[in-house]
Design a protein around this ligand. Structure first.
Ligand code: GAL
Length: 387
């Protein structure tokens, strides 16, 4: 399967004239969008080893690990304010008293992977020591600790310096004996979707920081409409981690947020407190049909296919010929979703097999009627042309 995906990536690159990422050590490090959890949205700088270990335990107990969530990512503020005597980054001695290697062992022992954070400037965005000028040493340190994923922020760099700085870290990581996913985090400011894969990254941010409200989800979504063509197996657009379960949106809004991230092949990185997650949140994060949409092996991003009034249809072509369809009502009142089959990329005439990706109900129908979409919410379907 991986070989087939690699061949398709090369073919796509040849057809579009873009340079494929054929670095042997980097090969398809992220054949599907990475899934996991990150400390940032919920904990910010108040992250500590107990929070991360308890999040990891919750990933196992809740079924998230089994559903594909593998990375436990420690974001900014894990490091001590000064490097150690040998010039190496060191963990904050109060919040990570056992160090990062011990945390990696804890996660690896539970079948999980460790993500860590640094920045392509002199300091991180929170003002702590970062990796500019220390790329080789920091990459070697991360590898020795057992890190599996590096989120690489942008503070202190700009559009001109960013590509070379990210490349320096990618090359430093490639010199180590670990395979470490590299995720560019620059708020989408430097258009890393254009150069990220070329310099050796597997993910790149396509938007500013997400906030726990629906307006933020919609404004990030609007920035994704033109970027779908940059996502592919091995290199993914990252509209930022999830806010599902953090309390600022309704359940319907969180469902819409998750379904939209799934049709965009976004990395599914939960950002809530997994230790106190309720049933509604778990049901959203564990939705197997939407996870399957997100991880479809062909990795073709969903796009905004059509708009009728306040309802948008975001459609992702699936590798089995079906279409994943998210009908998003951005308005404040319920609205009819009257979309022609052709607009959704489906044959004009049925029958169709339609699966509701929230209820799991499946029905065969000759004509597509989606009915009314409640205000500020999204319906999600997978549609197969039956013939
Ligand atoms: C921002 C980044 C956030 C978070 C924060 C940490 O630049 O977009 O996701 O990592 O820095 O300071």
């Amino acid at each position: 399967m991986l070989r087939l995906v690699a061949v398709l990536v090369v073919l796509a690159a040849l057809l579009t004239g873009s340079a494929p990422d054929l670095h042997p050590a980097r090969g398809l490090l992220a054949p599907t969008p990475p899934m996991g959890w990150s400390s940032w949205n919920r904990f910010g700088c108040a992250v500590d080893e107990q929070v991360v270990e308890q999040a990891a335990d919750a990933m196992v107990a809740s079924g998230m690990r089994a559903a594909g969530y593998r990375y436990a990512n420690v974001d900014d503020c894990w490091m001590a304010p000064v490097r150690d005597a040998a010039g190496r980054l060191a963990a904050d001695p109060v919040r990570f008293p056992h160090g990062i290697a011990a945390l990696a062992r804890y996660l690896h022992g539970r079948g999980l992977l460790l993500g860590l954070y640094s920045s392509a400037g002199e300091t991180t965005c929170a003002g702590l020591p970062a990796s500019l000028g220390h790329e080789d040493l920091d990459a070697a340190t991360f590898a020795a600790w057992g890190v599996d994923y590096l989120k690489y922020d942008h503070c202190g760099s700009d559009a001109e310096t960013a590509p070379a700085r990210v490349q320096a870290m990618a090359e430093a990581l490639a010199k180590t004996d670990r395979t470490i996913v590299l995720s560019v985090s620059d708020l989408g400011q430097n258009e890393a979707w254009r150069w990220g894969a070329g310099v050796g990254a597997q993910l790149w941010r396509t938007a500013p920081d997400i906030a726990d409200d629906f307006a933020s989800v919609l404004s990030i979504l609007d920035r994704q409409a033109a970027l779908g063509g940059y996502a592919r197996p091995g290199g993914w657009n990252d509209p930022d981690s999830l806010e599902v379960g953090n309390g600022g949106m309704t359940e319907a809004e969180y469902r819409a947020h998750f379904a939209l991230w799934a049709v965009l092949n976004a990395p599914l990185i939960a950002g809530n407190d997994l230790r106190s997650m309720n049933q509604d949140t778990a049901r959203i994060l564990l939705n197997p049909d939407l996870i399957a949409v997100d991880r479809d092996w062909a990795g073709v991003s969903g796009r905004l296919a059509c708009t009728v009034g306040s309802v948008q249809a975001w459609v992702k072509p699936m590798s089995d010929g079906s279409a994943a369809v998210v009908l998003l009502n951005r308005g404040a009142s319920p609205a009819e979703a009257g979309f022609a089959a052709r607009c959704l990329g489906l044959p004009a005439n049925g029958p169709y097999l339609v699966r509701d990706l929230w209820t799991g109900q499946q029905r065969e129908t000759v004509a597509l009627h989606y009915g009314s979409v409640p205000a500020q919410s999204a319906l999600a379907y997978r549609v197969w042309a039956a013939r």
